[in-house]
Design a binder for this molecule. Structure first.
Ligand SMILES: C[S@@+](CC[C@H](N)C(=O)[O-])C[C@H]1O[C@@H](n2cnc3c(N)ncnc32)[C@H](O)[C@@H]1O
Length: 671
C-alpha cells in the first residue's frame, strides 16, 4: 500500500517520518516513526520502525515506545504529523500548546518497568524549548530542575500502619543526603497510630480514614483561602448568617477561647459527619462542627492563619512526596467474592481511588505506592493498569517494579509491587538493584515480567549470601506458650552460624505426630492402630481440620519454619492452621518481635495494641530495608542526580548493614 503524504513539518515540535501501518482487519492502524529504510537481500524495501503506543482513553494522544522492529515497506499506509508536546498540567492547557496535527505525543514508553517518562530532547534547541514549555506560574511543574537536598522534604505517609514504609524511606533518603521528614499521616486504626506515635514522637500522627483526611485537606484549603484576603470578610458575613440561623435553631452558643485542632469526620460519634474544630473551653475541650461556630470567627481566623504558617496540614503543591499502601482486599486470593469484571466497583478496592484522589489534590513532586503483586495478577492486572494510567492522567511520569524483600538482606521472600510517580519537571526515581542472593518464587504475569527488579540475566554479580531465618532470630530468648511478658531481656549474644541446627528434622509439621500416617498418594490418614492423642486441655493434638485441609495433601498445618530457609512472607494472622509459622525449635508460632525482625524493624521499634493487632501491624508493613532502599533512590531523584533513561540504581556497599544519620522525625535506627 502506498503512503498518502499528509506530513507537515513543525520545527522542534514534531517528529518527522511518521506513518500509519496496516493492522489486522477491524483494528486501527498502528503508528510508527521510520528510523531507517533499507533494501533486504531479496530486493524488497524494508524499514526500521519505532512504534507509538495508543493511549486508550484519549483519541489523539500517543506514547512513543522504545520498541524498534523491521517491517516491509508496503505495510505503510499514510504519512502523518504528530506533535511532540511536553507533559503539562491539564488537557485544556495542553490543547493550547498542541499545533494542528493528526495526533500528539507527550511521553516515552518503555516495556521495562512499565515506564512512562518525559520525551527525550532531540537536540539542544528542543531541550530548551521543553524546559521552558510551561503553562502558568501556579503550575506545580513550572520549576524545572533538582531540589536542594539541604532542606527538609515532606513526606505524608498514607495508610501508614505502624509506619515501616516512611521509616525506611526517611532512613534511605538520608543515606543519599536528603532529610526526608514524615508528616501528617492519614492512617486508619487506633493501635497502629499509637505505635506510629511512640516510634515517631515528633511526627504529627492523624488517625482519621484516608477519605476523611482528603475531605479535611479540601476544607482546610478552603479555610486558608478564605482567610488569606478580603475573602475573610465574606466568610465573616457568611458566618454571621449562620449565627442567626443557629439562634433560630437550638439556640446553643459556644464560648471559645481558642481552637486547638481540626478534623473531618464524626468525632462526637453522633452520626453527623463534617468539619469539626476542637475548642479550648472553660470546662473541657470539645469538638464542635464548623457550622455552629459563627460567633467565633476571630478565633477561627487565628487558628487558620497560625495553622497555615505552621503547616499543620499540607496544602496542594506543598508536599514533596507521598507514600502509601492503600489496602485492596478486593483482589486478595482469600476473597471468594472478588469482582473480576470491574474491580474498581468493589468497595474493598476503593482505597486505591482515594489514594489517587489525594495525589490529585496535593500534587506532590513524587509518589510511591506499594501493593501486593495480585494488583497485576488479578483480572488481568486491571488495578495495576489503573494505577499507572491514573498517575499518567495526572501528569506524572511513572514506572512500576516488583521487588522481593529477600533480595535486600532479609530472610523473607515477600514480593511487592512498587509504583513510582514523578512530576514532569522531576527525575523519576529508580529501583535499587538487589544486594543479596535470593531464589525467585512468585509468578509474575508475562506482561509484567520485565518489571521484576533484578540484575541483567547472565551478568556476573557478586551478591551477598542470602539471609536465613536464623540470622534474624536465633539470638532471641525462648518464649513459652503462656508467656505474658511483652518485653524480654536478651539472654544470648547475637549468633549467626546455622550449622549448629542442621541436624534437626526439616519440614516438621502435624504429619510427624503420633496417630497420623501419610499414604502413598501423599495424603494423611488416621493410623487405625494408634489411639488419638489428647492434650491436657482436652483438645486433640491433631485437630480434624489439619487432616482434611486441602484434602489431606498439605503439609502446611502446624508446620515449622526452618533455620536455613527464607520465610515466604510475614503474615498478619498468627494462625498456624494452614501456614508454616511455627518456630524452628520451640513449640509455638513466631512471636511479634521475631516477625518484626524478619521485616527488619529495629528492636527498639515498639508496637502497641492487643497481640492480634500487633501481629497485623508487622504483617502489613513494607519490609524496612525495601523502603529504605527505595528512600535512597528517592533521595537521589529528589536531588536530580539520576537519569530518566536508567530505571535501576546501585545501593551503597554493605547495604543494609550500614548506618546513616536518621532524620529526627523518622527514627533513631542505626542498625
Ligand atoms: C498495607 S497496610 C500499610 C502498611 C504500611 N505502609 C507499613 O509499611 O507499615 C494498609 C494500612 O491501611 C490502613 N487502612 C485501612 N483502611 C484505611 C482507610 N480507609 N484509611 C486509612 N487507612 C486505612 C490499615 O489499617 C493498614 O494499617
Amino acid at each position: 500500500m502506498e503512503a498518502a503524504y499528509v506530513y507537515q513539518d513543525f520545527p522542534h515540535q514534531s517528529f518527522s517520518y511518521l506513518y500509519t501501518v496496516h493492522a489486522e482487519d477491524g483494528e486501527d492502524c498502528y503508528i510508527c516513526k521510520i528510523v531507517e529504510m533499507f533494501e533486504a537481500v531479496d530486493g524488497d524495501l524494508y524499514f526500521t520502525a519505532q512504534w507509538f503506543y495508543r493511549a486508550q482513553d484519549t483519541l489523539r494522544c500517543f506514547f512513543l515506545c522504545i520498541l524498534f522492529t523491521n517491517s516491509r515497506r508496503d505495510c505503510l499506509v499514510a504519512k502523518l504529523n504528530i506533535a511532540k508536546v511536553s507533559l503539562n498540567v491539564d488537557l485544556e492547557a495542553k490543547n493550547k500548546e498542541i499545533p494542528s496535527c493528526d495526533y500528539y505525543c507527550d511521553m516515552l514508553y518503555k516495556l521495562e518497568y512499565s515506564s512512562f517518562t518525559n520525551l527525550p530532547p532531540e537536540g539542544k534547541a528542543n531541550a530548551s524549548k521543553e524546559a521552558s514549555s510551561t503553562i502558568s506560574d501556579d503550575n506545580p511543574d513550572t520549576v524545572n530542575g533538582a531540589n536542594s537536598g539541604s532542606e527538609d522534604a515532606s513526606l505524608p505517609d498514607l495508610y501508614s500502619g505502624c509506619g515501616a514504609m516512611s521509616t525506611g524511606l526517611c532512613l534511605g533518603a538520608n543515606m543519599a543526603g536528603l532529610r526526608l521528614v514524615t508528616v501528617k499521616m492519614g492512617c486508619g486504626y487506633k493501635y497502629a497510630c499509637e505505635s506510629l506515635q511512640w516510634n515517631h514522637p515528633q511526627t504529627k500522627v492523624r488517625s482519621e480514614s484516608a477519605e476523611d483526611f482528603l475531605a479535611l485537606l479540601e476544607e482546610w484549603e478552603r479555610l486558608c483561602a478564605s482567610f488569606s484576603s478580603s475573602k475573610s470578610e465574606n466568610l465573616e458575613r457568611q458566618g454571621r448568617g449562620e449565627e442567626d440561623e443557629n439562634e433560630d435553631g437550638d439556640g446553643e452558643v459556644f464560648e471559645v477561647e481558642k481552637f486547638l485542632a481540626i478534623c473531618y469526620g464524626d468525632p462526637k460519634e453522633k452520626g453527623e459527619c463534617g468539619l469539626y474544630l476542637k475548642n479550648y473551653g472553660p470546662e473541657e475541650d470539645t469538638w464542635e462542627p464548623l457550622d455552629g461556630l459563627g460567633d467565633c470567627l476571630e478565633c477561627l481566623k487565628d487558628f487558620v492563619t497560625s495553622g497555615f504558617k505552621a503547616k499543620i496540614l499540607p496544602l496542594p503543591i506543598d508536599v514533596d512526596a507521598i507514600c502509601g499502601g492503600p489496602p485492596c482486599q478486593g483482589i486478595s486470593g482469600f476473597n471468594r467474592f472478588r469482582n473480576k469484571d470491574n474491580p474498581l466497583q468493589d468497595e474493598k478496592n476503593k482505597q486505591l481511588q482515594v489514594f489517587m484522589e489525594i495525589v490529585e489534590f496535593l500534587k506532590p513532586k513524587f509518589v510511591l505506592m506499594e501493593n501486593v503483586v495480585d494488583i497485576v495478577k488479578f483480572a488481568e492486572g486491571y488495578l495495576g493498569r489503573y494505577a499507572l494510567s491514573k498517575l499518567i492522567h495526572l501528569n506524572y511520569q511513572v514506572r512500576m517494579g516488583m521487588m522481593a524483600a529477600g533480595a535486600y538482606g532479609l530472610p523473607q521472600f515477600r514480593m511487592r509491587a512498587f509504583f513510582w510517580g514523578a512530576r514532569p519537571n522531576q527525575k523519576l526515581p529508580q529501583y535499587p538493584l538487589p544486594t543479596h542472593d535470593l531464589v525467585l518464587r512468585d509468578v509474575i504475569p508475562v506482561e509484567f515480567e520485565m518489571s521484576t527488579v533484578g540484575w541483567e540475566e547472565g551478568k556476573k554479580i557478586k551478591l551477598e549470601k542470602k539471609l536465613l531465618l536464623e540470622d534474624a532470630i536465633s539470638d532471641l530468648p525462648s518464649v513459652g506458650n503462656y508467656e505474658d511478658k511483652d518485653v524480654m531481656d536478651y539472654d544470648n549474644d547475637p549468633k549467626t552460624e546455622f550449622q549448629r541446627f542442621i541436624r534437626l528434622i526439616r519440614e516438621a509439621n502435624f504429619r510427624d505426630f503420633p496417630g497420623v500416617i501419610v499414604n502413598s498418594g501423599n495424603k494423611v490418614e488416621w493410623d487405625p492402630n494408634v489411639e488419638r492423642v489428647y492434650l491436657e486441655s482436652g483438645k486433640p493434638l491433631v485437630p480434624d481440620y489439619a487432616m482434611s485441609f486441602v484434602g489431606g495433601s498439605s503439609s502446611k498445618p502446624f508446620a515449622r519454619l526452618w533455620w536455613d530457609e527464607t520465610v515466604p512472607t510475614v503474615v498478619t494472622r498468627a494462625e498456624p492452621h494452614n501456614q508454616a509459622i511455627l518456630h524452628p525449635v520451640q513449640d509455638r508460632v513466631l512471636s511479634i518481635r521475631e516477625n518484626a525482625r524478619l521485616q527488619r524493624f529495629p528492636d527498639y521499634y515498639k508496637l502497641f495494641g492487643p497481640v492480634k493487632e500487633r501481629y497485623i501491624q508487622v504483617g502489613n508493613a513494607v519490609a524496612v530495608p525495601v523502603s529504605r532502599a527505595l528512600g535512597y533512590a528517592l533521595g537521589l531523584a529528589y536531588q536530580g542526580v539520576v537519569s530518566n533513561d536508567e530505571p535501576l540504581t546501585k545501593l551503597p556497599p554493605r547495604f543494609p548493614n550500614i548506618s546513616e544519620k536518621a532524620s529526627s522525625d523518622s527514627s533513631q535506627d542505626n542498625s
